[in-house]
Each structure stands twice: as C-alpha cells, then as structure tokens.
Design a protein around this ligand. Structure first.
Ligand code: NIG
Ligand code: FE
Length: 407
C-alpha cells in the first residue's frame, strides 16, 4: 500500500532512548510525504518529490496527517461488568476511597469476575479491544487484578493470553494480584502476599502468562514494604515492575520503584520534589493517566513540571470499570494538553514512542521508521497536529491501519 500526498507525516525519528525533558518537545515530521507499506511493515517514506511509481493500493492523503498509532501502556481491559452504581454513589458525595474501604471498588469487580466465565470475559474484552483499536490504539498493556485468588488471577491472565493470540495488535500482560486485599485477608496481609508469592507467581511463570509485575502501592491497598515484597518476588521470575503508585498519597512508592529499576511508575496524581529527583535520575518512566483524575475529580498529574525537570513521561488510558471507564487515547491527549499543560508534541511523544518504551515495544512501534510495524493513524483533513488535542471529544481519525491494512 502506498499513502501519498500526506500533508504531514509525523513522528519520523527513531528514538533509541526514551524521550525526556527537551527531547519531548520536538516531533520530526515530513511535509507533503509518501509512505510505502509492504505486508505489515513500513518499507520506506519520503517527500513527494521522490515518490515511487506504485501499482498496488494507493491512498491519497491530501490535507491529512499520518502518525503512529497510540501505545497504551496501562489498562485493565479485562473485567466482568461496568460499575456505574459506584459512579452514582460518588455523584452523591461518597469518595472513591470510601467506596473501596466499604468493600466496593476493586473488590466489587472481583466478586463479579468470580461469577463470569473465561469465555464471557474474553468476549467483552475482545469488543473493548476492537473499540480502542478503532480509536487509534495499536499496542496495549492489560493487567490482571480483579481475580484476587489463585483461580481468579489465572483466569484473567489466561483470558489475556487468548487475547494476545487472537489480537491484531501487540499485547503485554501484567500480573496485578496485589491490586487489593480480598476480604478474607483484610487482617492477614502476610497470608495474601504468601499466596501471591508461593502459589500465584510460580503457576503464572510456568504457563508464561505475564510479562510484568504490578502492585497498587497506596494507603487503601499495599504498603511500600508489601509492594517491595511483590516486586522482588516478580523479579525472581524475570518480571520487571510497572507499579501503581502516588494516586492519592506520597508514601515512598516512587523511591522503591526507582531503586528496583521499575520499568514504569503509573498514576502520579501526587508527587513531591524528592520523588521527581529520583525519577529524573533514573530510567523509570512516569506513566500519567489523566483520565482517572478527570473521572474521579482528583488533582491532575503535574505533567508540565515532570517534563521540565527532565522526567521521561508516557501517557496511557488506565481503561477500567472503576476509575476510568474509557480507553480513548485521543481524549487522554487532550487532557494532557489542557490539564497537564503539556504541548501537543509532548503529548503525542508520550502516547506513542514513550508508551512503546513503557511496554518494551520501542523496536516495533511508536514511530514512523523503516522496518517498524505499519500501525498508523490517518486523520481526517485537519490544519495542524495541534487540532487533535484541541478538538477534544471529536473524532478526527479517518482510518486506522493495523498490520498494513485498514482496520
Ligand atoms: O488504576 N488504582 C487502582 N487501580 C485502578 C482502578 C481499579 C478499579 O477501581 O477497578 C486504577 O485506577
Ligand atoms: Fe490502573
């Protein structure tokens, strides 16, 4: 397939390192460009003056922008049902944390998941996956964490494995057994951590069900010391850490993650100066999830400050039934600009190449580079890239190309 007369071909430099600070400000682009796809791979691209003669399928992209698909490095895409009853409780004044403490929240999803078959979980997740691909997502990370028992966690991870096998886009799986303490372990944290370490992890490793280990390091969930045990146990099986931390409280989660070479720390609605310093001197990526504070009416992540201080920032959706019932990365880009004060270029870098780094997919995806996967967004006719975050809530995508084919 040849795409020609592309008004702007965006994100054409191949970063060998995750982008941080000033390097996030620029996006290389080629104006009036062509791009040639062979099978599922980007074969070549250039300016129209060098456009090859081509006899196959040709797309005329006059007035349109072509960019890499979004790399959504943090989701909870597999869940049994939505939780709009909790949304209504919050509208009446209850907080997300109060609902969680009263046995709602994650435990509510766990109860529902227990009574849902693997086949039904697969079907609903499959339709969510297709929904987000249509909105431009071309690679995704999916977590377990609504099982909270040996059987439940294995069930979720097996569903993610089936999704991986059938999905047209790359999927990475994270084991999040440490999402919340199940009711029966509320007063016996050691018992549940032992279950994760001695029962869940060995089985997960044996079946090769996880790429990463995750934990929810938060007052309502796992302490720093407990999170450390989980990270270390995962490391024994070669699982790098991607950790939920600093959503509501600064407790030392970031320092712990940096010390343990975590791939990413995710959420970061609250983050102090010492923690910013740890991050900027590390390889750990700060994955910001602005749709969560949007939905929960919480303070937004200090995206501007993190970038100005030189932290590597990625953006992801956090698609889940409790704090973020949306996997729309276009909206994430808008929030990043409007609320996190990031520039359109920074937001797009954070949602493409840095998102790819946060899933270790940077060699395959995240930029327009020869030999990378042809997962691309073709916009409707728009004047400039800033129009994408500016026109929030509007669908500016004309088509999504996955593995070299229009999806
Ligand atoms: O990333 N904060 C922890 N986990 C999810 C929400 C889980 C839920 O409420 O179901 C999150 O926001
Ligand atoms: Fe999350």
């Amino acid at each position: 397939m040849l795409i020609k007369n592309i008004q702007s071909l965006l994100q054409t430099s191949d970063a060998s390192k995750v982008l941080r600070g000033d390097s996030m400000k620029q996006i290389s682009s080629i104006e009036n460009a062509w791009l040639l796809i062979e099978n599922d791979i980007i074969k070549d691209f250039g300016t129209m003056s060098s456009c090859p003669n081509f006899l196959g399928e040709i797309i005329d992209a006059t007035g349109k922008i072509v960019l890499p698909t979004w790399c959504d490095s943090h989701t909870h895409l597999v869940f049994a049902t939505s939780r709009e009853e909790e949304f209504e409780m919050r509208l009446k004044g209850k907080s997300y944390q109060e609902i969680a403490e009263a046995g709602g929240g994650i435990l509510n999803s766990a109860k529902k998941l227990q009574n849902t078959s693997e086949a039904d979980l697969f079907d609903s997740a499959w339709s969510r996956l297709n929904e987000v691909i249509r909105m431009g997502t071309g690679a995704i990370e999916i977590k377990s964490g609504y099982g909270l028992s040996v059987d439940g966690e294995l069930k979720m991870l097996r569903v993610i494995k089936c999704l991986k096998e059938r999905s047209p886009i790359p999927i990475k799986a994270s084991f999040l057994g440490a999402h919340s303490y199940p009711a029966e372990f509320k007063e016996n944290h050691k018992g549940y951590i032992d279950l994760i370490v001695n029962d869940m992890l060995p089985k997960i490793a044996e079946e090769g069900l996880a790429d990463y280990i995750d934990a929810f390091c938060e007052k309502v969930a796992f302490s720093v010391e407990e999170t450390e045990q989980i990270i270390k146990a995962g490391a024994k099986y070669g699982l790098k850490a991607k950790i939920h931390t600093n959503q509501f409280n600064c407790m030392g989660g970031i320092e712990l993650c940096v010390e343990n070479n975590a791939l990413s720390v995710d959420h970061l609605e609250v983050v102090n100066d010492a923690e910013i310093k740890y991050l900027k001197d590390s390889n750990t990526i700060a994955t910001l999830l602005p749709s969560a504070p949007f939905f929960l009416s919480d303070p937004y992540q200090p995206g501007r400050k993190l970038i100005d201080e030189g932290v590597a920032v990625a953006l992801a959706s956090d698609y889940n039934p409790g704090s973020t019932p949306s996997g729309n990365m276009n909206f994430v880009i808008s929030l990043a600009c409007i609320k996190l004060k990031m520039t359109p270029e920074e937001a797009i870098n954070a949602a493409t190449i840095n998102g790819a780094f946060a899933m270790e997919l940077e060699k395959e995806l995240g930029s327009i580079s020869k030999g990378k996967k042809a997962n691309l967004i073709l916009t409707k006719p728009i004047n400039s890239v800033a129009y994408l975050p500016y026109s929030f809530g509007k669908d500016s995508i004309e088509s999504v190309i996955i593995n070299g084919k229009i999806y």
